[in-house]
Design a protein around this ligand. Structure first.
Ligand code: ADP
Ligand code: PLP
Ligand code: ZN
Length: 310
């Protein structure tokens, strides 16, 4: 498994239409030169932010069948594991065992945990039980079993609060939360967004203890006045790619990630505004990320004037 041929195992959701989960992560990783093997933890018609969605959920037995095939053919050799949306506790526990197995095969495996949809998104199979039922069961598994296995985590503010059991109402509290994750042994922690910035900027925090020296940075991200879905998944994929390409340089990785994110969102917003000007009634579909259209900015992220990283 050479340095030149990074191979990512991505276990995330699939949507037939639109861009979240693997649909948001696989293309950018491929564009940046990564081989990607994807398992779809769910297959939904569209993301859960639409008025309705339908589809299938992969259970842990079905996951095991796929892993068995990979294992039998010696295909379970990965440089990176990226996990996102997981709907059930048993599936999540199976992922913990998988990390340990993949580390046996490749002790240098990097595990990037996208602590995303699993808590924020309701599992349709458990629809009757409601959102909190699912969250409550998944939460201790994430906190106690999965987090200590991760090398890089990319939670948003809401997820940080759930995982640490603390409110994050100030920048100082956000840094305390970051430290709690480091205390669990996670070397790179990126809080992808908080509402602790200004009216015009989101504040993100990134911190790495790679190489023994702590490196902390605050990132002021120019804010678009819209809500997007799949951005966390795209962010995680880009961060994985750039941390590999820069050999763990967090600052330049974050710069490249933010520049690409801004380019994608600028294109997405342009589409939304164009449609709005034409008098077209806006739906969730208009806010789907303009990923394919941003291929050049993915390959060569250009500095955005406004992003301020220090
Ligand atoms: P998630 O999509 O998992 O909730 P975030 O909301 O933190 O994650 O978004 C991840 C990244 O997407 C942010 O770091 C930022 O770069 C970008 N992003 C998301 N929403 C916006 C927005 N409204 N304006 C600017 N950037 C955004
Ligand atoms: N996967 C599915 C099926 C979703 O519906 C969502 C959000 O609605 C996500 C993943 C996570 O998206 P994000 O990257 O915005 O956290
Ligand atoms: Zn997310």
């Amino acid at each position: 498994m050479s340095e030149e041929c990074p191979r990512v195992f991505s276990i995330q959701s699939h949507v037939v239409s639109g861009y979240v989960g693997n649909k948001s992560a696989v293309f950018p990783l491929q564009v940046l030169g990564f081989e990607v093997d994807a398992i779809n933890s769910v297959q939904f018609s569209n993301h859960t932010g639409y008025p309705s969605f339908h589809g299938q959920v992969l259970n842990e037995t079905e996951l095991d069948v796929l892993l068995k095939g990979l294992q039998e053919n010696g295909l379970d050799k990965y440089t990176h594991l990226l996990t996102g949306y997981v709907g059930s506790p048993s599936f999540l526990r199976r992922i913990a065992a998988l990390v340990q197995h993949l580390r046996k095969v490749n002790p240098k495996l990097i595990y990037v945990l996208l602590k995303g949809g699993s808590v924020a998104v309701c599992d349709p199979v458990m629809g009757d039980n409601g959102r909190m039922y699912v969250s409550e069961e998944l939460l201790p598994i994430y906190r106690d079993t999965i987090l200590p296995l991760a090398d890089i985590i990319v939670p948003n503010q809401f997820e940080v609060e759930l995982l640490t059991g603390r409110n994050v109402t100030s920048v100082a509290e956000a840094w305390e939360a970051v430290q709690l994750f480091h205390d669990k042994g996670i070397k790179t922690v990126v809080l992808t967004s908080t509402g602790l910035g200004t009216d015009s900027h989101l504040l993100a925090l990134a911190s790495s203890t790679l190489g023994g020296t702590a490196r902390k940075m605050s990132i002021n991200i120019p804010k678009f006045s819209a809500t997007f879905t799949g951005t966390g998944d795209l962010f995680a994929a880009l961060l994985l790619a750039w941390m590999h390409r820069t050999k763990g340089d967090l600052k330049s990785s974050i710069e490249n990630v933010i520049h690409t994110m801004q380019a994608v969102l600028t294109k997405t917003m342009k589409h939304v505004e164009d449609c709005s000007q034409k008098g077209i009634a806006l739906t969730a579909a208009h806010n789907e990320l303009k990923l394919i259209q941003s291929i050049e900015e993915m390959k060569k992220p250009l500095p955005t004037l406004l992003a301020d990283i220090h």
